[in-house]
Design a protein around this ligand. Structure first.
Ligand SMILES: C[S@@+](CC[C@H](N)C(=O)[O-])C[C@H]1O[C@@H](n2cnc3c(N)ncnc32)[C@H](O)[C@@H]1O
Length: 302
């Protein structure tokens, strides 16, 4: 067995410890802004292509749902919104357009927005191939320049839960602004306690990940802002060949109770229409995706 000094896998000085901030375990946060790192780099070329790959993998539920759920949920939404020909739906975080195409086929006018260039390129090509007239914008909901336009908006798969709480509120505000009077927003949220499904700590060496195309060490820790239900996956990407370039990312998971979310919607000018269990949405009482629920709300007067 080779000694540490002759084994190239060992280094005389563990480079990660040269960085002072890594001595301190980042465990205590008093405010979401204290959590270091950048938010998910959706518009980054590598990240965008990797996340697209997962969303297109029909076997995986990372990034989107199995196709039969997408089909059922989309049909449910079409049925609940009423006459499709009268709808102009804003699909927030539309990804590769898996839902948008079903809405469009049902007769709705659809606009999908997503900051991921790979997802939008794919969505545009797929719609063109299928002869569907869907408007796609490679944009973020925060910079969407739209007032009083859409009859409906859809933000699914825990879109609001996965944002810094301030950005979650900014999204609700932006959706409210984009909707026409009486427009309906449909938010799909994660139940509080879904968090228990995730590993609190992850440490692995990988050839590639969402964050890097090169072999690296992937360290992830679930951290919580003191006394709140704001959690984040804090992720360090350490490439031993680039010791001075450690990537730090954060990915939020904010739990909203029913009443908290309802209060938020009220505060931004929505009137709650209904709260649906996801199992009812896809008419399958045994479905594992029942960790989600759906809130339907109407834009009340400005
Ligand atoms: C979990 S995926 C869901 C994709 C799609 N809604 C689906 O279910 O198939 C989340 C999507 O939200 C997009 N996204 C992230 N931040 C966004 C933002 N600020 N505005 C709009 N979309 C965003 C991502 O690029 C990604 O495609």
């Amino acid at each position: 067995m080779s000694s540490p000094s002759s084994n190239p896998a060992y280094r005389s000085e563990p480079v990660v410890w040269r960085r002072e901030e890594f001595w301190r375990r980042p465990m205590e946060f008093a405010h979401p802004d204290d959590i270091p790192g950048q938010d998910l780099p959706w518009s980054d070329d590598w990240f965008s292509n990797q996340t697209l790959k997962d969303m297109l993998d029909a076997e995986s539920d990372i990034g989107t749902r199995p196709r039969d759920c997408i089909e059922k949920e989309s049909r449910w939404l079409v049925s609940i919104l009423g006459e499709p020909q009268k709808q102009h739906l804003l699909d927030v975080g539309c990804g590769p357009g898996l839902y948008a195409e079903i809405f469009s086929r049902a007769g709705m006018k659809v606009t999908g927005i997503d900051p991921s260039p790979a997802a939008i390129d794919y969505a545009r090509a797929s719609a063109a191939k299928a002869g569907l007239d869907i408007i796609y914008a490679c944009d973020s909901i925060f910079t969407l320049n739209a007032d009083n336009i859409y009859t409906a908006a859809f933000a699914n798969y825990g879109f609001i839960n996965n944002l810094h709480p301030d950005l979650g509120q900014d999204s609700i505000k932006a959706i409210h602004r984009a909707l026409a009077p009486d427009g309906v927003a449909v938010f799909e949220l994660l139940h509080p306690a879904t968090l228990e499904q995730f590993a609190p700590l992850l440490w692995e060496t990988v050839d590639t990940s969402y964050f890097s195309p090169r072999p690296h060490l992937y360290l992830q820790e679930l951290v919580t802002v003191d006394g709140t239900s704001c959690h984040a996956f804090l992720t360090y990407i350490f490439d031993p060949d680039r010791p001075d370039n450690i990537g730090v990312y954060r990915y939020f998971f904010v739990e909203y109770t029913d009443s908290e979310f309802k209060e938020l919607l009220h505060a931004y000018g929505f009137e709650i229409l209904h709260r649906h269990d996801y199992r009812d949405v896809i008419t399958d009482p045994d479905d594992i995706h029942s960790t989600y629920y759906v809130v339907r709300a109407r834009k009340s007067g400005d």
